[in-house]
Design a protein around this ligand. Sequence first.
Ligand SMILES: [Zn+2]
Length: 69
Amino acid sequence: MDQKTHHPADRGAGSGAIRCSRCGATAEGPTPPVTWTCSVENHRRHYFCENCSRDNIRSIEGRLDSSWW
Ligand SMILES: [Zn+2]
């Protein structure tokens, strides 16, 4: 059989999986874990996993004291 299936473009590239924009880690979709961070850049959503979110937050809130890390 040579059936062609059309995938709706608005479903996104992955198959429901969410991918970290930084390290490439994946999580089960359709919604990211609460520990993940979503940021919108250039009208595109970027997800960051738990580890990368920490680094992100640390860089964003660079004034945070590192005593609790
Ligand atoms: Zn990551």
